[in-house]
Design a protein around this ligand. Structure first.
Ligand SMILES: NC(=O)c1ccc[n+]([C@@H]2O[C@H](COP(=O)([O-])OP(=O)(O)OC[C@H]3O[C@@H](n4cnc5c(N)ncnc54)[C@H](OP(=O)(O)O)[C@@H]3O)[C@@H](O)[C@H]2O)c1
Length: 290
């Protein structure tokens, strides 16, 4: 039995789908008010709970062989990115879980001090590595599905908003490939107790993204490119009214200000260990947008 947290999220939903397509048993950890009908229809066991509640985590982990931690945090990084994962790891140990797959983030080891999610993920990684559990840590770059609504808007308007340096490099990953890698990690010998950077096959400049959209929709892009200090000014202004929001925007600022891409060696290692070719961003977008 797999336990998947964040089962209604962009990644978790795909993990549950792929597990059910392979006819594997999966318990989907969901909140009562989330949209989990599709998961239920596919034959997932629905566990209703809240990852902020230790007793829910303890109950969800009973009788589980594998855990894939794929939840996000909203605004509560301390409770969800950090505490819930520590509790999941403790319960994995208590329940004799065979393998724990943790979704971290690319660049987590760079110790960005202004990015709460990065800090939490780094601490969870350390805790998992020292736990004695069999584990795989996946450090993905940005997910391709994030671009689907932007592509839809581009299709209607031709507009693409690009904040910060257009030359910055990224390795957007197909969210379906990441789901496949997360599942395969429990049964791939070369993935045991390993950390992988996970990205798409191509290193893209951020300005390549509207070009890919332009190619897909045969439409010239209108790129609006405010510099990072505009974001900083807005963030400071918001902080006067809501200091908590200002702090949590630190993660977004870190993402906007730095490069997040995988080297060809990292991609080669991934394709070798997991034995498949990663999908390009353009191919992912074509599949979803037709
Ligand atoms: N998106 C990216 O580009 C990216 C890049 C690198 C790493 N990551 C990491 O990858 C993971 C998955 O990201 P994602 O984009 O798929 O996340 P997402 O779409 O934002 O989904 C978040 C999931 O967490 C669940 N969740 C939030 N609070 C919860 C709570 N209190 N109790 C139970 N479930 C709760 C949500 O449930 P509801 O449906 O109820 O809200 C949802 O299923 C995250 O750890 C993220 O940090 C993401």
């Amino acid at each position: 039995m797999f336990l998947v947290t964040g089962a209604t999220g962009s990644l978790g939903r795909r993990i549950v789908r792929q597990l059910r397509e392979a006819n594997l048993p999966v318990r989907a950890f969901v909140r009562l008010f989330s949209r989990y009908n599709e998961l239920e229809d596919r034959g997932a066991e629905i566990f209703i709970g809240d990852l902020k509640q230790d007793k829910d985590i303890a109950k969800a982990c009973q009788g589980v062989d594998y855990i894939i931690s794929a939840h996000g945090s909203g605004n509560d990084t301390q409770a969800l990115d950090y505490r819930a994962n520590i509790e999941l790891i403790d319960q994995a140990l208590a329940n004799g879980v065979k393998h724990f797959v943790y979704i971290s983030v690319l660049g987590v080891e760079r110790n960005y001090s202004d990015a709460p999610v990065f800090k939490a993920k780094r601490e969870v990684e350390k805790y998992l590595i020292n736990s004695g559990l069999s584990y795989t840590i996946l450090r993905p770059s940005g997910f391709a599905n994030n671009l689907l609504p932007l592509a839809e808007r581009f299709k209607d308007t031709g507009i693409y908003l690009l904040i910060g340096d257009p030359q910055h490099r990224s390795s957007i990953v197909s969210t379906d490939d990441l789901a496949r890698i997360a599942i395969a990690s429990v049964s791939t010998e070369g993935a045991k107790n390993q950390i992988f950077a996970v990205g798409g096959p191509d290193i893209l400049n951020r300005e390549d993204i509207p070009r890919i959209f332009a190619h897909l929709f045969s439409q010239d892009p209108i790129i609006i490119n405010p510099p990072l200090f505009v974001f900083d000014g807005l963030r400071t202004g918001l902080g006067l009214f809501n200091p908590q929001l200002q702090r949590s925007l630190g993660t977004l600022r870190t993402l906007l200000a730095h490069e997040f891409y995988c080297t060809p060696d990292e991609i080669n290692r991934l394709e070798t260990v997991y034995n498949f070719k990663l999908e390009s961003l353009e191919s992912f977008l074509r599949r979803y947008l037709g």
